[in-house]
Write a protein that binds this ligand. Structure first.
Ligand code: NDP
Length: 240
């Protein structure tokens, strides 16, 4: 029998790294995807191994359907994919009226085409086993909409709609599909955000840590969440 694995897209740094570490700490073999951050992904794998876990790294760009399909096939040759975390995401902020087409396209492509490109081949494998958990990382921007993030809000709202619809399609086939919607979390992505200003809007008056998102993702991936599907769980200090 093949070993089981959990794929985490963009699993080498930021929230993705925390998710990789959290799943590994709970006994999962983790397949850490990266696009260009090879060093960070290797570092994450090293951290997993130092904690007594195991995993592997694999490069693919989630916006590239063919590259992603080949990568998933390669993973599936050696492992049963039991968990998928769609975490890869980017921002390209700016007021909509001045937003270049490429900033619209790349943000939508990473989150939404990425969801399609990765989830579809993984789902086909999961359906054979009639078992699996898929968790996608949306954002508070996808729930409330955020000024300067029309592209990102659209992409992240799309993740919610897609996940709810897919959850309904596969609920009877042993596969659960859920969403985690973080608020402001301390990673590279928000290094230029006006954090002191934003803190004033957060009931808990602080920004979140990647590990606080990862714990909720791990719960949704686990049997403890056996009756949870099509759900959106906010991890945002009370903002939404
Ligand atoms: P980071 O910028 O720190 O990390 C982004 C990750 O996405 C990196 O691992 C990166 O890989 C990966 N990635 C980007 N594009 C691609 C691609 N085309 N193919 C494969 N991997 C890709 O961001 P965060 O950790 O903060 O964000 C993680 C997720 O959480 C994102 O979906 C983000 O939208 C969401 N989120 C973050 C919030 C925050 O406040 N930080 C709030 C709400 C949601 P590589 O290193 O190889 O480039």
């Amino acid at each position: 029998m093949k070993e089981k694995t959990a794929i985490v897209t963009g699993g080498g740094r930021g929230i993705g790294r925390a998710i990789s570490l959290e799943l590994a700490a709970h006994g999962h073999h983790v397949t850490i995807n990266y696009k260009s951050g090879r060093e960070a992904a290797s570092e994450t794998l090293e951290m997993i191994r130092q904690n007594g876990g195991d995993g592997s790294t694999i490069a693919f760009d989630v916006t590239d359907a063919e590259e992603t399909r080949k990568a998933v096939a390669e993973i599936a040759e050696n492992f049963d994919i039991e968990i998928l975390v769609n975490n890869a995401g980017i921002t390209a902020d700016g007021l909509f009226v001045m937003m270049p087409q490429k900033d619209w396209t790349t943000v939508i492509d990473t989150s939404l085409a990425g969801f399609y490109n990765v989830t579809k081949p993984v789902l086909k494998k999961m359906l054979r086993k009639k078992r699996g958990a898929i968790v996608s990382i949306s954002s508070i921007s996808g729930i409330m909409g955020n000024r300067g993030q029309v592209n990102y809000s659209a992409a992240k709202a799309g993740i919610i709609g897609a996940s709810k619809a897919l959850a309904a399609e596969v609920a009877r086939l042993g596969i659960r599909v859920n969403v985690v919607a973080p608020g402001l979390v301390e990673t590279e992505m928000v290094k230029n955000a006006p954090i002191d200003e934003i803190k004033k809007m957060i009931p808990m008056a602080r920004i979140g840590q990647p590990g606080e998102v990862a714990k909720v993702v791990r719960f949704l991936c686990s049997e403890d969440a056996s009756y949870v599907t099509g759900a959106v769980i906010s991890v945002d200090g009370g903002m939404a």
